[in-house]
Design a protein around this ligand. Structure first.
Ligand code: SAM
Length: 195
């Protein structure tokens, strides 16, 4: 007698070959993505920018979350000094009265603030391993909590926020939300009523 699906097949066994096949296909795609990433790196070293970009793009077509391919493409499209160099230049040029950094990690970027700047870092996983030149306060919590608790208000003491760097959770919605909140701090310091 033939097995009747739903009556004779065990729930744990049903669908397993499809699952294995899907895992196999996914692993192959990732391997192919890695291959194109490395090819992109090789073209880059040889100075073939457009071929290199094409390989990185192909890698991302196969695996759209491949961080190294995103970074490599970004470096190709926006060559020059990296964000830390720019941040240090900005601090030196502006000497902002206040500085907020969302996403602090070990404190490298936060450490570029220098007196008379007063700085705040926000990161639930902050593990500072540098020393700070400026007066610096680190809040070990998410920026959602930080803004919900309105911690900027006493820090700013009625002044606008002078400089902010948003480098926490790199998700579109969260970053735009933080931008909105930072702008809110600037506006509210100038007395604009809340909408
Ligand atoms: C790219 S690292 C920051 C690096 C740092 N700005 C630097 O350049 O030295 C990102 C950090 O964001 C933190 N992070 C993740 N989600 C966050 C959130 N909701 N609020 C604040 N920080 C967050 C992570 O814990 C991580 O340490």
């Amino acid at each position: 007698m033939w097995p009747v699906p739903g009556r004779d097949s065990k729930p744990g066994i049903r669908g397993k070959p499809e699952m294995l096949e899907s895992i196999r296909r996914d692993s192959l795609r990732r391997l192919r993505a890695e291959f194109h990433l490395r090819l992109g790196n090789a073209y880059h070293v040889l100075g073939h920018r457009s071929r290199s970009a094409a390989e990185y793009t192909m890698a991302l077509t196969l695996h759209d979350d491949l961080l190294q391919a995103h970074l490599a493409l970004a470096r190709l499209r926006m060559p020059g000094s990296n964000y830390l160099v720019w941040l240090e230049r900005l601090h030196a040029a502006i000497l902002p009265a206040t500085y907020l950094e969302v996403g602090t990690y070990r404190g490298k970027s936060l450490s570029y603030a220098r007196p008379p700047t007063r700085a705040i870092g926000v990161d639930p996983e902050a593990a500072i391993n540098v020393s700070f030149q400026a007066e610096t306060h680190v809040f070990r919590e998410t920026s959602d909590v930080f803004f919900a608790e309105r911690r900027l208000v006493p820090f700013l003491d009625g002044q606008p926020l002078a400089l902010a760097f948003i480098d926490g959770l790199h998700v579109f919605h969260t970053v735009t939300q933080r931008l909105h909140e930072c702008r809110g701090s600037v506006w509210s310091a100038f007395g604009r009523p809340d909408p």
